[in-house]
Design a protein around this ligand. Structure first.
Ligand code: BG6
Length: 514
């Protein structure tokens, strides 16, 4: 995403699901920020599509409220606001009714004439996934995909619920859009620090030579949330953390950490390297799943002093639900660079804190020089902080000031968002889609291999309907998740500010006495 000037051509954006949560919380605020930072072209129009009837004025009022509540940039003066808001119009449509799409075609063409837009059309499906296939077909039948300019389809996750359904959906979409016109969103790829992994790795001579199984002991990737299932039980009950987080966000982070340097900084070269990681990812048979994967579901517990209900007591959740709200796994990328390095991943809801972090643990040096009873040398850790703090944190061993050989952990830290707020992931992704850069969107082969990897896990968990390990809300998952590492004589590293308190505090707080 450029931050200097816009490379975007004039376009019409049609947002399906314009009255929904995603549009309200993410898409409208992102468009507004892009406009305010000069990244939208002068000529653009946005058509919101929703099921309910709405006056244009009512729709613009909703738009204003959503921006006022969720945008990172405050609402502008009334005149600037009017100029922005008048680009937005609304069409009420039953998306399942093919013949109703004529109204939409009419609205798109009207906007194109009014703003002299040369037929560039982007369709954003912020809809229930079951509608993706039909909407893309109806767009074609109604002639919306035929224009002089470019056409693009942006689709939210989940793309299918297993390999078979994803294939079916892809085949349906292919009837209306070419693969290079399909932008499959994984919003983790829009996060500043996920995009930065590539640069940190390949632009620093101090990391790249060490980035392999000779120097790295293990990798730990955690995405934890404090929220529970919220209002999404009907979706989450059929998805669980495996489909909701592992198949997409977690594997995307694995790819970014493990990929080889691309031959060029070009979209397909980068995506080719990412997909090679998935190809090398060891697939587990149904018999092996329990040795490498742990699932869990939250029970009642306390987070920051507040009592939280069990998952099974949440609105819309079955009282006997076997849906996992936590997954931990040990992965192996079986290629020359990574053979023998375990990659532990874990993700869960109702955990003690909201954090996304990647910990790279380097191998120990031979402990003959400084290792003694006073110096329990820790390994070097490189921590890539993705959320909420963005940055990198490097843990080293150094001599304590004023002593001869007392070694203590010290930290070097770079914070990416401490002095300036980073753009939201959706800003970055919307801008990329508008400018035709699909680097940080998922290609079909990535999606299909990711499903091939998680499908056996899903099958085996769906077969076991008797019990699921429980964890109290506010804890780091069931104890089996710790065992996954303990059996390899390793442990999960603390996250976020705990790193400072648990790992380096004694380096700064103890008096310097010789
Ligand atoms: C979404 C999942 O894709 O990612 C949600 O559907 C999850 O269940 C969310 O809460 C987490 O995203 P982030 O950006 O808050 O880490």
């Amino acid at each position: 995403m450029s931050t200097t000037n816009s490379n975007a051509e004039p376009f019409v954006l049609v947002i399906f699901g314009a009255t929904g949560d995603l549009a309200k919380r993410k898409l409208f605020p992102a468009l507004y920020s892009l406009d305010r930072t000069g990244l939208l072209p002068k000529k653009f129009a946005v058509i919101g599509v929703g099921r309910s009837q709405k006056q244009e004025s009512e729709f613009r009022e909703d738009l204003k409220n959503s921006i006022d509540t969720y945008a990172r940039i405050p609402l502008s003066d009334p005149q600037t606001w009017e100029t922005f808001a008048k680009r937005f119009s609304y069409v009420a449509l039953d998306v399942n009714n093919a013949s109703a799409y004529n109204i939409l075609l009419d609205a798109v063409e009207t906007n194109e004439r009014e703003y002299a837009i040369p037929g560039n059309r982007m369709f954003y499906l912020a809809l229930a996934p079951s509608l993706f296939g039909n909407v893309s077909s109806h767009l074609k039948t109604a002639g919306l995909t035929e224009s002089k300019g470019w056409k693009r389809l942006v689709i939210e996750k989940p793309f299918g619920h297993d390999l078979a359904s994803a294939r079916e959906l892809n085949e349906q979409i292919e009837q209306s859009f070419r693969e290079d016109e399909v932008y499959r969103i994984d919003h983790y790829l829009g996060k500043e620090m996920v995009q930065n992994i590539e640069v940190i790795r390949f632009a620093n001579s101090m990391f790249e030579p060490l980035w392999n199984n000779r120097y790295i002991d293990n990798i730990q990737i955690t995405a934890s949330e404090t929220v529970g299932v919220e209002e999404r039980a009907s979706y989450y009950e059929t998805s669980g953390a495996l489909r909701d987080m592992v198949q997409n966000h977690m594997l995307q982070m694995v790819m970014m950490v493990c990929m080889e340097p691309p031959s060029r900084l070009k979209t397909e070269a980068i995506r080719d390297e990412k997909v090679k990681v998935l190809r090398a990812l060891r697939r587990y048979s149904e018999e092996e799943v329990n040795d490498y994967f742990v699932r869990g579901q939250y029970a009642t517990g306390t987070i920051k002093g507040k009592n939280e209900p069990a998952y099974r007591d949440e609105p819309g959740v079955s009282p006997n639900s076997m849906t996992e709200t936590f997954v931990a796994a040990k992965l192996h990328v079986d290629n020359f660079r990574w053979a023998g390095v375990p990659i532990y991943i874990r993700t869960g809801k109702r955990m003690p804190k909201k954090t996304t972090e990647i910990v790279i643990q380097f191998k120990d040096l031979p402990k003959n020089l400084y290792f003694n009873k006073d110096n329990n040398l820790g390994p070097n850790l490189l921590i890539i902080r993705i959320n909420p703090t963005e940055g990198i944190y490097l843990l080293l061993n150094a001599k304590r000031q004023g002593t001869d050989d007392k070694i203590v952990p010290v930290a070097m830290e770079f914070c990416n968002n401490c002095s300036h707020e980073s753009p939201e992931a959706y800003e970055s992704l919307l801008y990329d889609a508008i400018t035709g850069d699909s680097t940080f969107f998922t290609r079909w082969d990535e999606v299909s291999i990711a499903w091939k990897f998680v499908d056996p896990v899903r099958r085996i968990w769906d077969k076991n309907t008797k019990s699921i390990p429980m964890y109290a809300a506010g804890t780091w998952g069931p104890e089996q998740a710790d065992w996954l590492l303990k059996q390899d004589k390793k442990k999960w590293w603390p996250l976020g500010r705990e790193q400072e308190s648990e790992m380096v505090i004694h380096a700064v707080e103890q008096p310097n006495i010789r």
